[in-house]
Design a protein around this ligand. Structure first.
Ligand code: URA
Length: 295
């Protein structure tokens, strides 16, 4: 045994006598320790499930053992961003900070530079996903605060909920740029949504809502549910295993109210929201069931 390993053995034995059962080990240390010389008291063994990462365990047997690190946590799921933090709130904050300077999106130059993240309850059962911020959202740095946002807030209220009880996000975290932009908005292109997609997927993974509502065909497409709202709505699809209802975007309701069949569009959205409420186990009053029925 090398002098270094002998020293380490003594150190570990002392720590064990002091009642210590865990020591931290640098990732490269175990490889160095195991070297070529088989050390009688240092050997790799599986880490018990409950052990923290990057720890080594001192076994209680006569001589201490150094245990191999757990495989990287990281059971990391494809397409997700790994963020630091011990609570959902901390992780969302770390994610938000990363989004501010997200190169894949900013380098496209077709998106504006002000990042608009999300708003709401990090422990919400219900998550709404829109497409991208518009002028008002960019100004206030909050999703769905313009006219479409007011419509969405009214829908949430009709469901018997308040805006702070749900979580509201967008696939694309930056307002799509246009020539002569003024207050003009446009839908994000697939590549623009793709550049931001890891954020909304990570938000979903952290929040673990029971139901997601995709607002409009663009948001649905961004989540990997292609098709027209007409063909997708009324039934649940899946985003990362979470039941996802696709319904009309609130802007569509506003347009239909002005120039089309506002009642038909509102009825369709309301039927979808009733299904969402049922899925969430929310109480549904006779009045709520009857909205639009007699109209
Ligand atoms: N439309 C969206 O899809 N998202 C917003 O935040 C605002 C309008």
């Amino acid at each position: 045994m090398s002098a270094a390993k002998e020293l380490l053995k003594q150190h570990l034995q002392q720590r064990q006598l002091q009642g210590k059962t865990h020591i931290a080990l640098r990732p490269d240390a175990l490889a160095k320790l195991s070297g070529h010389e088989p050390a009688p008291v240092l050997r790799a063994a599986p880490v018990p499930a409950a052990e923290p990462r990057r720890s080594a365990v001192l076994a209680s047997a006569p001589a201490p053992r150094v245990v191999a690190e757990a495989p990287p946590a990281e059971t990391r799921k494809a397409g997700l961003i790994e963020v630091a933090g011990s609570t959902v709130e901390e992780k969302l904050e770390a994610l938000r900070a990363m989004a501010e300077t997200w190169e894949p999106a900013l380098a496209m130059n077709s998106l504006r530079k002000t990042m608009v993240f999300a708003v709401g309850n990090p422990h919400a059962s219900l998550m709404f996903v829109g497409e991208a911020p518009g002028a008002e959202e960019e100004k206030l740095r909050e999703p769905f605060v313009g006219p479409a946002g007011q419509k969405l807030t009214a829908i949430i209220k009709a469901m018997g909920l308040d805006r702070p009880q749900v979580y509201i996000s967008n696939i694309c975290k930056f307002r799509p740029a246009m020539d002569n932009q003024g207050s003009g908005n446009r839908k994000p292109e697939p590549a623009e949504m793709k550049a931001c997609l890891p954020f909304v997927l990570t938000e979903i993974d952290l929040i673990k809502p029971k139901v997601i509502v995709a607002l409009g065909a663009t948001a649905a497409e961004g989540l990997g549910i292609p098709g027209s709202v007409g063909s997708l709505r009324g039934k649940f699809h899946s985003t990362s295993g979470i039941p996802t209802m696709v319904t009309y975007h609130p802007s569509y309701l506003l347009r239909e109210e002005k120039m089309g069949d506002g009642i038909r569009a509102k009825r369709a959205v309301w039927e979808d929201m009733l299904k969402v409420m049922e899925k969430l186990g929310l109480p549904i009053s006779g009045k709520q069931r009857g909205y639009f029925q007699a109209k």
